[in-house]
Design a protein around this ligand. Structure first.
Ligand code: F6R
Length: 237
Protein backbone atom coordinates (compact mmCIF):
# COMPACT_ATOMS: atom_id res chain seq x y z
CA UNK A 1 0.00 0.00 0.00
CA UNK A 2 1.28 3.45 -0.87
CA UNK A 3 0.26 6.47 1.15
CA UNK A 4 0.13 9.99 -0.23
CA UNK A 5 -0.42 12.75 2.28
CA UNK A 6 -1.34 16.14 0.89
CA UNK A 7 -1.24 19.46 2.70
CA UNK A 8 -4.53 20.72 1.31
CA UNK A 9 -7.40 19.79 -0.99
CA UNK A 10 -5.79 21.45 -3.99
CA UNK A 11 -2.59 19.45 -3.60
CA UNK A 12 -4.59 16.25 -2.99
CA UNK A 13 -6.60 16.85 -6.16
CA UNK A 14 -3.46 17.57 -8.19
CA UNK A 15 -1.71 14.41 -7.00
CA UNK A 16 -4.73 12.21 -7.75
CA UNK A 17 -5.14 13.88 -11.16
CA UNK A 18 -1.45 13.19 -11.81
CA UNK A 19 -1.97 9.49 -11.21
CA UNK A 20 -5.01 9.39 -13.52
CA UNK A 21 -3.17 11.41 -16.11
CA UNK A 22 -0.15 9.04 -15.99
CA UNK A 23 -2.53 6.12 -16.49
CA UNK A 24 -4.09 7.73 -19.58
CA UNK A 25 -0.69 8.65 -21.03
CA UNK A 26 0.71 5.15 -20.48
CA UNK A 27 -2.42 3.41 -21.80
CA UNK A 28 -4.55 5.78 -23.91
CA UNK A 29 -7.33 3.17 -24.29
CA UNK A 30 -7.49 2.42 -20.57
CA UNK A 31 -10.62 1.78 -18.51
CA UNK A 32 -11.04 4.27 -15.68
CA UNK A 33 -13.31 3.42 -12.75
CA UNK A 34 -14.78 6.70 -11.56
CA UNK A 35 -16.54 7.94 -8.45
CA UNK A 36 -18.89 10.81 -7.69
CA UNK A 37 -19.24 12.70 -4.40
CA UNK A 38 -17.48 15.84 -3.26
CA UNK A 39 -13.98 14.34 -2.98
CA UNK A 40 -13.09 13.86 -6.67
CA UNK A 41 -14.50 17.20 -7.88
CA UNK A 42 -11.12 18.96 -7.52
CA UNK A 43 -9.40 16.07 -9.31
CA UNK A 44 -11.85 16.31 -12.21
CA UNK A 45 -11.34 20.11 -12.37
CA UNK A 46 -7.57 19.58 -12.56
CA UNK A 47 -7.95 16.99 -15.33
CA UNK A 48 -10.16 19.39 -17.28
CA UNK A 49 -7.52 22.10 -16.92
CA UNK A 50 -4.77 19.82 -18.24
CA UNK A 51 -7.04 18.64 -21.07
CA UNK A 52 -7.65 22.27 -22.07
CA UNK A 53 -3.90 22.86 -22.10
CA UNK A 54 -3.50 19.89 -24.47
CA UNK A 55 -1.64 17.76 -21.95
CA UNK A 56 -4.09 14.86 -21.78
CA UNK A 57 -6.22 13.11 -24.39
CA UNK A 58 -9.29 11.12 -23.34
CA UNK A 59 -10.45 10.19 -26.84
CA UNK A 60 -9.72 6.48 -26.41
CA UNK A 61 -10.61 6.18 -22.71
CA UNK A 62 -13.58 4.18 -21.46
CA UNK A 63 -15.07 4.87 -18.04
CA UNK A 64 -17.23 2.87 -15.69
CA UNK A 65 -18.78 4.58 -12.71
CA UNK A 66 -19.17 2.87 -9.39
CA UNK A 67 -22.80 3.53 -8.69
CA UNK A 68 -26.09 5.26 -9.39
CA UNK A 69 -29.26 6.01 -7.45
CA UNK A 70 -32.37 4.08 -8.38
CA UNK A 71 -35.26 6.06 -9.75
CA UNK A 72 -33.62 9.37 -10.70
CA UNK A 73 -33.83 10.59 -14.30
CA UNK A 74 -30.42 11.23 -15.83
CA UNK A 75 -31.50 14.86 -16.18
CA UNK A 76 -31.98 15.08 -12.41
CA UNK A 77 -29.08 17.12 -11.04
CA UNK A 78 -28.60 14.60 -8.24
CA UNK A 79 -28.21 11.61 -10.51
CA UNK A 80 -24.66 10.40 -10.83
CA UNK A 81 -24.92 10.40 -14.63
CA UNK A 82 -25.73 14.12 -14.46
CA UNK A 83 -22.87 14.67 -12.00
CA UNK A 84 -20.33 12.98 -14.27
CA UNK A 85 -21.49 14.78 -17.42
CA UNK A 86 -21.49 18.08 -15.59
CA UNK A 87 -18.23 17.71 -13.63
CA UNK A 88 -16.11 15.90 -16.19
CA UNK A 89 -17.41 14.31 -19.38
CA UNK A 90 -18.85 17.39 -21.07
CA UNK A 91 -15.55 19.27 -20.57
CA UNK A 92 -13.13 16.71 -22.04
CA UNK A 93 -12.88 14.75 -25.28
CA UNK A 94 -14.03 11.40 -23.92
CA UNK A 95 -16.55 9.77 -26.26
CA UNK A 96 -19.79 9.89 -24.27
CA UNK A 97 -20.69 6.47 -25.73
CA UNK A 98 -17.66 5.09 -23.88
CA UNK A 99 -18.84 6.39 -20.51
CA UNK A 100 -20.81 3.96 -18.39
CA UNK A 101 -22.93 4.54 -15.31
CA UNK A 102 -25.33 1.88 -13.97
CA UNK A 103 -28.85 2.51 -15.23
CA UNK A 104 -30.84 3.38 -12.12
CA UNK A 105 -34.03 3.53 -14.18
CA UNK A 106 -33.82 -0.03 -15.49
CA UNK A 107 -37.16 -1.80 -15.13
CA UNK A 108 -35.30 -4.94 -14.13
CA UNK A 109 -32.59 -3.81 -11.71
CA UNK A 110 -31.21 -7.32 -11.23
CA UNK A 111 -30.73 -7.70 -14.99
CA UNK A 112 -29.02 -4.31 -15.04
CA UNK A 113 -26.57 -5.49 -12.36
CA UNK A 114 -25.72 -8.56 -14.45
CA UNK A 115 -25.31 -6.41 -17.57
CA UNK A 116 -22.94 -4.08 -15.70
CA UNK A 117 -20.72 -6.92 -14.45
CA UNK A 118 -20.62 -8.39 -17.94
CA UNK A 119 -19.73 -4.99 -19.39
CA UNK A 120 -16.77 -4.63 -17.00
CA UNK A 121 -15.63 -8.14 -17.87
CA UNK A 122 -15.97 -7.50 -21.62
CA UNK A 123 -13.88 -4.35 -21.23
CA UNK A 124 -11.12 -6.48 -19.74
CA UNK A 125 -11.56 -5.02 -16.26
CA UNK A 126 -10.77 -1.63 -14.79
CA UNK A 127 -7.19 -0.34 -15.08
CA UNK A 128 -7.47 2.32 -12.40
CA UNK A 129 -10.33 2.65 -9.93
CA UNK A 130 -10.88 5.91 -8.05
CA UNK A 131 -12.72 5.55 -4.74
CA UNK A 132 -14.05 7.92 -2.14
CA UNK A 133 -14.99 6.65 1.32
CA UNK A 134 -18.11 7.20 3.40
CA UNK A 135 -17.94 7.97 7.12
CA UNK A 136 -19.17 4.44 7.77
CA UNK A 137 -16.46 2.98 5.55
CA UNK A 138 -18.61 2.42 2.48
CA UNK A 139 -16.99 2.29 -0.94
CA UNK A 140 -19.31 2.73 -3.88
CA UNK A 141 -22.57 2.04 -2.08
CA UNK A 142 -21.23 -1.08 -0.39
CA UNK A 143 -22.56 -0.37 3.06
CA UNK A 144 -21.40 -2.01 6.32
CA UNK A 145 -22.77 -5.52 6.40
CA UNK A 146 -22.08 -8.98 7.72
CA UNK A 147 -20.76 -10.16 4.33
CA UNK A 148 -18.79 -8.59 1.50
CA UNK A 149 -21.29 -8.29 -1.40
CA UNK A 150 -19.56 -9.47 -4.54
CA UNK A 151 -20.90 -8.35 -7.89
CA UNK A 152 -22.92 -5.32 -8.92
CA UNK A 153 -26.08 -5.30 -6.83
CA UNK A 154 -29.02 -3.25 -5.62
CA UNK A 155 -28.59 -1.78 -2.15
CA UNK A 156 -30.88 -0.27 0.42
CA UNK A 157 -28.93 2.78 1.53
CA UNK A 158 -27.79 3.05 5.10
CA UNK A 159 -29.51 5.68 7.26
CA UNK A 160 -26.18 7.52 7.76
CA UNK A 161 -25.61 7.60 3.99
CA UNK A 162 -29.11 8.96 3.38
CA UNK A 163 -28.45 11.67 5.99
CA UNK A 164 -25.01 12.49 4.53
CA UNK A 165 -26.49 12.80 1.05
CA UNK A 166 -29.51 14.84 2.15
CA UNK A 167 -27.38 18.00 1.79
CA UNK A 168 -27.72 17.67 -1.97
CA UNK A 169 -31.53 17.38 -1.97
CA UNK A 170 -34.31 19.79 -0.99
CA UNK A 171 -35.38 17.46 1.79
CA UNK A 172 -34.26 14.14 3.23
CA UNK A 173 -37.44 12.53 1.87
CA UNK A 174 -36.20 13.15 -1.67
CA UNK A 175 -33.00 11.16 -1.16
CA UNK A 176 -33.42 7.85 -2.99
CA UNK A 177 -33.45 4.86 -0.67
CA UNK A 178 -31.92 2.44 -3.15
CA UNK A 179 -28.96 2.42 -5.49
CA UNK A 180 -27.08 0.14 -7.84
CA UNK A 181 -23.43 -0.28 -6.98
CA UNK A 182 -20.44 -2.19 -8.19
CA UNK A 183 -19.65 -4.87 -5.64
CA UNK A 184 -16.48 -5.66 -3.73
CA UNK A 185 -15.39 -8.24 -6.31
CA UNK A 186 -15.73 -5.73 -9.17
CA UNK A 187 -13.83 -3.09 -7.19
CA UNK A 188 -11.11 -5.49 -6.02
CA UNK A 189 -10.58 -6.81 -9.54
CA UNK A 190 -9.36 -3.39 -10.71
CA UNK A 191 -5.66 -3.51 -11.57
CA UNK A 192 -4.92 -0.40 -9.52
CA UNK A 193 -7.00 1.39 -6.90
CA UNK A 194 -6.67 4.86 -5.46
CA UNK A 195 -8.71 5.60 -2.34
CA UNK A 196 -9.09 9.32 -1.77
CA UNK A 197 -10.22 11.06 1.43
CA UNK A 198 -10.38 14.73 2.26
CA UNK A 199 -11.02 16.54 5.53
CA UNK A 200 -10.47 15.93 9.27
CA UNK A 201 -13.79 14.07 9.51
CA UNK A 202 -12.40 11.26 7.30
CA UNK A 203 -9.33 10.55 9.47
CA UNK A 204 -11.00 8.10 11.84
CA UNK A 205 -12.53 5.96 9.11
CA UNK A 206 -9.34 5.96 7.01
CA UNK A 207 -7.39 4.75 10.06
CA UNK A 208 -9.94 1.98 10.63
CA UNK A 209 -10.04 1.03 6.96
CA UNK A 210 -6.32 0.79 6.35
CA UNK A 211 -4.96 -0.26 9.76
CA UNK A 212 -7.95 -1.97 11.40
CA UNK A 213 -9.24 -5.52 11.00
CA UNK A 214 -10.57 -6.55 7.58
CA UNK A 215 -14.29 -6.84 8.08
CA UNK A 216 -17.46 -6.26 6.02
CA UNK A 217 -18.51 -3.93 8.85
CA UNK A 218 -15.91 -1.54 7.41
CA UNK A 219 -16.24 -2.31 3.68
CA UNK A 220 -13.16 -0.26 2.71
CA UNK A 221 -10.98 -2.46 4.95
CA UNK A 222 -11.04 -5.12 2.21
CA UNK A 223 -8.78 -2.81 0.19
CA UNK A 224 -5.87 -3.84 2.46
CA UNK A 225 -5.87 -7.07 0.45
CA UNK A 226 -5.45 -5.31 -2.90
CA UNK A 227 -1.96 -5.69 -4.39
CA UNK A 228 -1.82 -2.20 -5.89
CA UNK A 229 -3.56 0.22 -3.54
CA UNK A 230 -2.72 3.89 -3.10
CA UNK A 231 -4.39 5.86 -0.32
CA UNK A 232 -4.30 9.61 -0.86
CA UNK A 233 -5.58 11.89 1.86
CA UNK A 234 -5.56 15.33 3.36
CA UNK A 235 -6.86 15.56 6.92
CA UNK A 236 -6.33 19.29 7.31
CA UNK A 237 -9.38 21.50 7.51
C1 F6R B 1 -19.58 7.93 -5.03
C2 F6R B 1 -19.47 6.87 -4.07
C3 F6R B 1 -19.40 7.09 -2.59
C4 F6R B 1 -18.55 8.29 -2.18
C5 F6R B 1 -18.50 8.44 -0.67
C6 F6R B 1 -17.71 9.66 -0.25
O1 F6R B 1 -19.64 7.42 -6.35
O2 F6R B 1 -19.48 5.77 -4.48
O3 F6R B 1 -18.89 5.92 -2.00
O4 F6R B 1 -17.26 8.13 -2.71
O5 F6R B 1 -19.79 8.54 -0.17
O6 F6R B 1 -18.39 10.80 -0.65
P1 F6R B 1 -17.76 12.27 -0.50
O7 F6R B 1 -16.63 12.31 -1.49
O8 F6R B 1 -18.87 13.20 -0.91
O9 F6R B 1 -17.33 12.40 0.91
Amino acid sequence: MKIIEAKDYKELSRKVANIISAQVILKPNCVLGLATGSTPIGTYKQLIEWYEKGDIDFSKVTSVNLDEYCGLETTNEQSYRYFMNHNLFSHINIDIKNTNVPNGLAADAEAECKRYDQLIEDLGGVDLQILGIGHNGHIGFNEPDSVFEKGTHVVELDETTIKANARFFESIDEVPKKAITMGIRSIMSAKKIILVANGPDKKEIIDKAIYGPITPEVPASVLQLHPNLTVAYCFNA
